[in-house]
Design a protein around this ligand. Structure first.
Ligand code: SF4
Ligand code: SF4
Length: 200
């Protein structure tokens, strides 16, 4: 008859050995959020959108592309016959962050953001006007559909690059800000052409 005390002891030893093996050989993937944060994917579709007022021609393509009707734009014609977005606001509370508005913009003027912390007690505060849609603070463009930003962003922690020590954000090690004004990859839309498109 087998001695159950011996087999029980072997199981405990095996479990301890496995624990020690992982403790020594695997990177620690738990971080002390929110003091520590992992670096997200360069192509993250975060919980916000970033708008570039300089590049926008108020063509409204993004608004037409949004399946939710989240983007509200009102335009006026300038004396030089180009258009300006006098109202440009996005209801982030209704957005499903599908990225269709980003993909449809002919002038690389709207981008997915990198932030994933937009919790609020008030839904009205999720309707973001144009003054707050521009890149500022933690509202920075992601590399999603924008390879010109992707090249400037830090590698993602853990999942695809492995290792985390240099990629965990702490107050002493803040994430680099991606340049919101980086030149677009597509050169097919020159400023003169952009102005033409704004003319109806
Ligand atoms: S599609 Fe692009 S250029 Fe046109 S209104 Fe939207 S953000 Fe501006
Ligand atoms: S990400 Fe999708 S749902 Fe959100 S505003 Fe853009 S098109 Fe609309």
């Amino acid at each position: 008859m087998p001695d159950n005390r011996i087999s029980l002891g072997q199981g405990i030893l095996k479990g301890l050995a496995l624990t020690i093996k992982h403790f020594i050989s695997r990177p620690i993937i738990t971080v002390q959020y929110p003091e520590e944060r992992l670096v997200t994917s360069r192509r993250i579709r975060g919980c916000d959108l970033v708008w570039d007022s300089e590049r926008c021609t108020a063509c409204c393509t993004c608004a037409k592309s949004c399946p939710q009707g989240n983007i509200h734009i009102e335009t006026k014609v300038r004396p030089d016959n180009t258009r300006e977005a006098v109202v440009f606001e996005i209801d982030h509370g209704r957005s499903m962050f599908c990225g269709l508005c980003v993909e449809s913009c002919p002038f690389d003027a709207i981008h997915m953001g990198r932030s994933y912390e937009r919790a609020t007690y008030n839904r009205d505060s999720l309707v973001i006007p144009k003054e707050k849609l521009v890149a500022q603070g933690d509202r920075q463009p992601s590399g999603y559909f924008r390879p010109q930003f992707e090249e400037t962003l830090p590698p993602q922690s853990l999942l695809i690059y492995g290792g985390k020590s240099s990629e965990v954000k702490t107050p002493e090690n803040p994430p680099p800000q991606s340049p919101a004004t980086a030149a677009p990859v597509s050169e097919k839309k020159e400023p003169a052409e952009r102005e033409k498109v704004g003319v109806k």
